[in-house]
Design a protein around this ligand. Structure first.
Ligand SMILES: Cc1cc2nc3c(=O)[nH]c(=O)nc-3n(C[C@H](O)[C@H](O)[C@H](O)COP(=O)(O)OP(=O)(O)OC[C@H]3O[C@@H](n4cnc5c(N)ncnc54)[C@H](O)[C@@H]3O)c2cc1C
Length: 411
């Protein structure tokens, strides 16, 4: 029998990785979140990653399990949450641990606990007091919405079609957002809109505003538990007090959130790569071919030695980027862009390698005669989106090149 999920296999991280220079509070947090995820996410992870998307398939049990265990409080200061000295590193570490079992769930967590908390750091005290307790308890679900059918990598005001028109007391929203994580069940969304010749980010009460329509969840290759839908706004009134940051400064608010988000997605990539590596190592030890373990083949020794080295680099990169943010730096480049592109490519490469190690068993969803089911195909399907969303990897390379060569040359 082959292992069913990473929960069944030894974590190579435990003897290969050293928490050198990582704050004590984060070392302790990793242990705490690992125990939580093992109990609250892992039992449902295969189902979350496999079933077809519908409103009913939102992973409530895992979502509520994480919230009840205090995992949603990690990004917030002591006024509402944990008050960690390193909140982004803490949130990213939690994301990695969640992704180890469910990359979908890490996507859900990234929206609720990385993108949106950063967006809410621009909200008024009154608005923060109104919504943050519900976010932390999991009673309220949040989305972050910049993408539209014709705008995502290019978030310029020329491309943006969703408009926010100012009246005496309100903004009136019209337009359509696409691929919005959690929106199928969300209570609130931070929405980037064109307002005049610039952009403004606004928090919209999705459940209590006339003129909001949420589309059916999209049907995707992977990340099936991370439901995405269109949000359509038809003359939706939003109070002016719901503006995040200043009117006209929405692009810089969005980009600040997406900087946090790309470090989180790097951490998710590390979790996926670690899971695939551990599954591959377990198979190399247990599967015998030509009278010896598969792991005796030098090809796989070299390949996995390279992947383990890359994993070390990827984890170090995201941790360094997060530590720079937690130290007060607003633009943790080049590390954030390097981490996102490097870790997510590694996740896809390592998932592909792990399938190769398992042969036909890696390719199968289930062996019908035995009922054996494997997570490799899920890791492979899930890994692809990590290279695309929250800044396609080509954009990350561009960000690094701008710093390396100079914006005067790269544009
Ligand atoms: C599962 C999922 C969840 C998502 N969640 C959210 C969410 O919660 N909120 C939200 O707002 N959006 C979300 N998105 C949208 C996501 O961020 C976009 O799909 C992504 O940014 C790419 O945009 P696009 O699909 O419009 O592709 P395009 O912007 O058309 O880009 C297509 C491709 O063009 C290439 N490209 C782009 N820029 C450059 C460049 N400068 N140089 C070279 N090549 C380039 C890249 O290869 C890129 O993949 C989600 C998408 C998915 C599938």
């Amino acid at each position: 029998m082959s292992p069913l999920a990473p929960a069944d296999v030894p974590r190579t991280q435990d003897h290969m990785w050293h928490d050198l220079g990582i704050p004590e509070e984060i070392v302790a947090l990793r242990g705490e979140v690992r125990a939580t995820v093992t109990e609250k996410v892992a039992p449902y992870a295969r189902e979350i990653g496999s079933r077809e998307e519908s409103v009913d398939s939102f992973p409530w049990k895992a979502f509520r399990g994480l919230a009840d265990s205090g995992t949603f409080a990690i990004p917030f200061g002591s006024d509402f949450g944990r008050g960690l000295a390193h909140p982004l590193l803490g949130t990213c570490t939690a994301t990695e641990e969640i992704a180890y079992h469910s990359s979908s769930m890490a996507g859900v967590y990234d929206g609720q606990c990385i993108l949106v908390p950063k967006a809410l750091s621009f909200a008024s005290d009154e608005l923060r007091a109104r919504v943050i307790p519900g976010l932390i308890s999991g009673e309220l679900v949040f989305s972050f919405a910049t993408t539209e059918p014709d705008a995502s990598s290019d978030l310029s005001v020329e491309s943006m079609r969703t408009t926010a028109t100012e009246t005496a007391d309100n903004f009136v929203l019209n337009g359509r957002k696409r691929w919005i994580t959690n929106s199928a069940v969300a209570d609130w969304a931070a929405v980037l809109c064109r307002s005049g010749g610039s952009m403004t980010m606004i928090l919209v009460d999705l459940k209590h505003s006339d003129g909001v329509r949420i589309g059916k969840p999209d049907l995707k290759l992977g990340h099936r538990g991370q439901l995405t839908s269109d949000i359509v706004f038809d003359n939706v009134l939003v109070p002016k007090g719901n503006v995040l940051g200043a009117v006209g400064k929405g692009l810089s608010v969005s980009l600040a959130c997406l900087t946090y988000g790309r470090i989180g997605i790097a951490a998710a990539g590390v979790g996926v790569a670690q899971a695939a590596l551990d599954l591959a190592v377990a198979r190399l030890r247990s599967r015998h071919l030509f009278g010896k373990p598969l792991g005796a083949m030098q090809h796989w020794q070299y390949r996995l030695a390279e992947r383990a080295t890359e994993l070390e680099c990827a984890r170090t990169l995201y941790q360094k980027a997060a530590l720079r943010v937690d130290a007060g730096e607003r633009a943790p480049e080049p590390e954030a862009a390097m981490a996102k592109a490097y870790a997510t490519r590694l996740a896809a490469d390592m998932a592909r390698d792990a399938i190769q190690v398992y042969g036909g068993y890696g390719f199968a969803r289930e062996v019908s005669e035995t009922g054996e089911t494997f997570r490799l195909e899920e890791l492979y399907r899930d890994s692809k989106i990590l290279e695309i969303f929250e800044g396609a990897n080509e954009i990350q390379h561009w960000l690094v090149a701008r710093q390396l060569i100079g914006r005067d040359v790269t544009g």
